[in-house]
Design a protein around this ligand. Structure first.
Ligand SMILES: [Zn+2]
Length: 488
């Protein structure tokens, strides 16, 4: 959703990004670097390594106030300094993006608790305004041109209210603990509580992080740890995420961590990050995290990224954050079924991601199904009994939160999008047989590597690949108000 900068300027809200200079009277200052088509191939923003992050951003059908389809973020470079004594986060952000349209402004999401001190486009200060959570930047941008926007900001981050009744998801984004440790979980949005972002899943981007915090704390983020050193009493870590991620799959945490390295049966490096005062749990987690990845690779094929980490924080929830899963230190969130669930998400959700929040069921249905399968294979409740129980609860779930692919926006990520699509996948398995079902469970994420999909994409693909009529199963289970019978 977009509000016009001109309206904001008329209301006196406009500030200039120039620190110390004369306020600009030009309402539409453009970048001073040439913006001919040459910049597509030789300009400062052009890096062919970013092409893998090209997206076709959309306006979210469930949460249209977040994200802006005018921006296609390609690469975020986040240099973050966390002060655990004052709870002040200071960010120096450099975002390379493609403009999807010609305009005299563009917009990012950023919580107003973080005060922006300067914004520059291709190195030149530009006007900007913080209107609520919208950071509106006044600069001429052209369709398909790439730009580098740098944003300086500082403040005490606050979490964002979650659109759900789930007790473990009361607040989203940045969370500060009494001891000064901090962590983030931000599905469906809330990344904007700690950096300026196009906070909508259709816009995947690459990430590099530089994280600074007073020793003995350390900053942890997605991807691979490239360096760790002490500089004037600070621990400085650099992290690199080599494949694009949606903003809800980004994680960062600061705390006093111990770490261990393992390797999966296939050779994938697995790291575990535990708060130092929980280090007695390390031995078990070294075993269970790797076992979860090994099982997932047997079902889903080669792991789609370079490394996997498990980051444990003082939360009651868990998130499948890409290549660095973030989990609360509860018995449930650290249990083997949940480790399997989050590992499976690296394929179903992270490798292929819903284009918008209408299709959250795509992530959670299959992940819940495979979690239940793992439990059935490992001494838990038999799969059929589990699914029958979920189907029996279906009428109540649909009445409370709506059908899985047409849910009430105020009930994000409730049981209807987990359990009812899992029942549906079992019906699909019944229809097409085990061999074909597990072939397609394996092949679907790889067929959309680093990409997105929606309801039409996935249902059409499953029909085409299986050669079976599946539309009625999908429609009945995902869109109908009434719960279909389980294995009628
Ligand atoms: Zn999940």
């Amino acid at each position: 959703m977009r509000r016009g900068l001109a309206v904001l300027a008329a209301a006196g809200l406009l500030v200039t990004g120039c620190s110390g200079g004369e306020p600009s009277s030009d309402p539409t200052p453009g970048p001073s670097t040439p913006t001919t088509t040459a910049s597509e191939t030789v300009g400062p923003a052009y890096d062919p390594g970013f092409d893998v992050a090209l997206s076709e951003p959309v306006e979210d059908r469930v949460y249209p106030d977040v994200g802006d389809p005018g921006v296609d973020a390609l690469h975020y470079d986040l240099d973050l300094t966390w002060d655990p004594d004052t709870s002040v986060l200071t960010g120096a952000e450099t975002l390379t993006f493609r403009s999807t349209e010609a305009d005299d402004e563009f917009q990012l999401d950023l919580e107003p608790a973080l005060e922006v001190t300067e914004v520059a486009l291709d190195g030149q200060p530009v006007d900007f305004v913080q209107d609520g959570k919208d950071l509106v930047v006044g600069a001429d941008v052209a369709t398909d041109e790439r730009y580098v926007v740098s944003v300086g900001y500082s403040g005490v981050p606050e979490p964002v209210a979650a659109p759900t009744t789930r007790q473990d998801l009361v607040a989203l984004g940045w969370t500060t603990m009494p001891d000064g440790a901090a962590w983030t979980m931000q599905e469906p949005f809330g990344a904007y509580s700690w950096y300026a972002v196009n906070d909508q899943p259709s816009d995947k981007a690459l990430y590099d992080f530089t994280l600074r915090v007073a020793d003995p704390m350390v900053g942890v983020a997605n991807g691979e740890l490239e360096s760790r050193e002490k500089v004037e009493g600070l621990t400085v870590t650099e992290w690199h995420l080599a494949e694009p991620a949606a903003s809800y799959l980004v994680t960062v945490a600061f705390g006093d961590y111990v770490t261990a390295e393992e390797t999966s049966a296939s050779g994938v490096p697995v790291s575990i990050w535990l708060p130092a005062d929980e280090s007695d749990r390390m031995a078990e987690l070294r075993r269970t995290t790797v076992a979860a990845l090994d099982w997932s690779e047997e079902v889903l094929g080669p792991y789609p990224f370079d490394s996997l980490g498990f980051l444990f924080v003082d939360s009651t929830s868990g998130m499948e954050t890409q290549t660095m899963v973030t989990l609360g230190l509860t018995d449930y969130a650290t249990s083997e079924p949940v480790l399997v669930h989050e590992a499976v998400h690296q394929w179903w959700g992270n490798q292929v991601t819903p284009r918008d929040w209408r299709d959250l069921w795509m992530n959670e249905g299959m992940t819940m199904y495979l979690q239940a399968l793992w439990e059935s294979e490992n001494g838990g409740e038999r799969l059929e009994a589990r699914l029958a129980g979920w189907a029996a609860d279906g009428p109540e779930m649909r009445a409370g939160a709506g059908p899985p692919a047409s849910y009430d926006p105020a009930t994000f990520a409730e049981g209807n999008v987990y359990y009812l699509p899992a029942v549906m996948w079992d019906q699909v398995r019944e229809q097409i047989g085990d061999d074909e079902f597990f072939r397609l469970v394996w092949e679907w994420p790889a067929s959309r590597d680093n990409d997105h999909a929606d309801y039409d994409d996935i249902t059409t693909w499953w029909e085409d690949e299986s050669g079976e009529e599946l539309t009625s199963i999908f429609r009945k289970h995902l869109l109908a108000k009434r719960q279909p019978a389980y294995r009628p």
